[in-house]
Write a protein that binds this ligand. Structure first.
Ligand code: LCS
Length: 395
């Protein structure tokens, strides 16, 4: 009955058990490591899966479960699993899906630590991967291999904002029996729902927009119930990167304003990207919402807004970028993105520094690239700070 997104994010599955009885409008934080069994037999039945009920918070926690259900619902997936971080989610999903000798097809760019994980899977465990432009179906079909088990996609790609065609990748994956995993951190389910385009699994760094306030590290994976259950019972349980109940609660609270915040990020992101592209000090702006964006048709088809992250290169290259960053006053020099504060960072020396230079350059990340993640402050205040920092930057 209450199907609209803005309503759904407020009325997340947020009452259960005690809070339902007492009428608390927000969920309790079950800050517990373990759960008491009424009898030894009951404990045995729970371990055997013959009786539902909580056992131990690494195996499941009611507060964390609410978050898992909420993100699964917003993404249109069957089930979710929450993790200690976005990287814990990505590693648990990939390790559950591949084994030695398998191949992962990867979008042309990914977050630096995701690259580090792929490289480790390759070096230590013999999993092949290829990074490639996945912008169109022919391109995808040309690079899949007989042993491709996963197509791993970031879209928009951090930090170049390049897009990947989700429908095309999903069609090719169906033909070859591969699983499509999409990192939806930059778009959130407000702007893009990969499962509706045919993807199997969505992963999030909930540290970013879902949490939204820069106060928590957490990850979530959403997908088919059977696969999520396998992940819960294997790579989550035995590697152990579970989300803390308090952190899950913080993300649940943050998500109530997700739709509102994304509207502001879209509006401010577009305004700042347009002004940057008209500034004499700026050589190039990477932002899917711009009319000049090369993948405009894909952007309009696949996303309903471009979000808050903007990449740009100053005419003075690296030196100018560093000067610009050091002169900012309101905008903070910090990694991360998707939160209330405006943050600025230098991908080549920060988020993507684990990636070797030649690979970084093939991803489109030059030393001159600066990444701005607009917050929810007043757009004029953000622009005034950027403008004063650009004005004294070498042109
Ligand atoms: N996926 C994407 C697209 C990311 O940008 C990040 C972190 C992660 C996954 C990992 O999530 P975490 O484990 O940190 O929750 N990206 C960062 C960034 O661009 N700046 O700082 C962290």
């Amino acid at each position: 009955m209450w199907g609209k997104f803005a309503t759904k994010v407020v009325h997340l599955p947020d009452t259960r058990g005690e809070s339902e009885v007492l009428g608390s409008i927000t969920p309790p934080i079950f800050q517990t490591s373990t759960f008491v069994f009424e009898s030894a037999e009951q404990g045995g039945r729970r371990f055997a899966g013959e009786e539902n009920g909580y056992i131990y918070s690494r195996l499941g926690n009611p507060t964390t479960n609410l978050l898992e259900e909420a993100v699964a619902d917003l993404e249109g997936g069957e089930a979710g699993v929450a993790f200690a971080s976005g990287m814990a989610a990505i590693s648990a999903v990939l390790v559950a899906l591949v084994k030695t000798g398998d191949h992962i097809l990867v979008s042309r760019g990914v977050y630096g630590c995701t690259y580090g994980l792929l490289d480790m899977l390759h070096e230590r465990f013999g999993v092949e991967y290829t990074m490639s432009d996945l912008g169109a179906e022919d391109a995808v079909r040309a690079v899949v291999k007989p042993n491709t088990k996963v197509i791993y996609i970031e879209t928009p790609i951090n930090p170049t904002m390049e897009l990947v065609d989700l429908a095309a990748c999903s069609r090719v994956a169906r033909e070859i029996g591969a699983t499509v995993v999409v990192d939806n951190t930059f778009a959130t389910p407000v702007l893009q729902r990969p499962i509706e385009w045919g993807a199997d699994v969505v992963v999030h760094s909930a540290t970013k927009y879902l949490g939204g306030h820069g106060d928590v590290i957490l990850g979530v994976a959403v997908g088919p119930r059977e696969l999520m259950s396998t992940i819960r019972l294997t790579t989550q349980k035995d590697i152990g990167g579970v989300a803390a109940p308090f952190n899950a609660w913080l993300v649940l609270r943050g998500m109530k304003t997700l739709e509102l915040r994304m509207q502001r990020h879209n509006e401010t992101g577009l305004a700042i990207a347009e002004r940057l592209s008209q500034d004499a000090a700026v050589e190039h702006v990477y932002y899917p919402g711009l009319k000049s964006f090369p993948q405009r048709e894909l952007y309009l088809r696949q996303m309903s807004g471009a979000g808050g992250v903007i990449g740009f290169i100053l005419k003075g290259g690296y030196e100018a970028g560093v000067q610009f960053m050091n002169r900012l006053q309101l905008c903070k020099r910090a990694v991360s993105l998707g939160e209330v504060h405006t943050l600025v960072q230098h991908p080549a020396s920060m988020t993507h520094s684990p990636v070797p230079r030649e690979v970084r350059e093939s991803m489109g990340i030059s030393d001159g690239l600066v990444r701005l993640a607009v917050g929810i402050e007043d757009v004029e205040d953000i622009w005034n700070d950027i403008e004063q920092a650009l004005a004294i930057t070498a042109k």
